[in-house]
Design a protein around this ligand. Structure first.
Ligand SMILES: [Zn+2]
Length: 135
């Protein structure tokens, strides 16, 4: 009980454990599993740097800066998940292909017909060729 109280007192005003900590810890764990096979000094060094940074963040008293780091990380993770969802949706859409317009980079959803086709981008009206390999 006394130890827990001391720990709580020690951790008050410090950043503590957040999502970024879990992510850093997971990355370090994955690298150390890889390092079981590779046995590289460089990898071991990287693991120590990652863990050092992770625990530095837990104990840091600059809570505001750590919160910003964690927010940035959360936003990046969300963006990654969203991109993965979009990729999955497009893959499940068997009847269409998704092509980027070379001029304005808009993504066009086109019917999946095998062969070469001419397409006009509805956004910038540029005509370009689309090559569909698989019907
Ligand atoms: Zn365009």
């Amino acid at each position: 009980m006394n130890f827990r109280y001391k720990l709580m007192q020690f951790m008050s005003g410090r950043n503590g454990i957040d999502n970024l900590f879990y992510a850093l810890f997971a990355v370090a764990a994955v690298i150390s599993i890889i390092n079981c096979f590779v046995n590289s000094f460089v990898l071991q060094f990287i693991i120590w740097i990652i863990l050092g940074y992770a625990f530095f963040r837990v104990l840091s008293r600059n809570v505001e800066a750590r919160r910003r780091e964690n927010q940035t990380f959360n936003r990046m993770a969300m963006g990654f998940k969203e991109k993965r969802n979009v990729r999955r949706q497009r893959k499940a859409d068997y009847n269409h292909v998704y092509k980027k317009c070379p001029a304005c980079h808009a993504v066009l959803r086109l019917p999946r017909r095998k062969g070469k086709h001419n397409t006009i981008c509805p956004r910038c009206n540029k005509q370009f060729k689309v090559h569909v390999f698989k019907a």
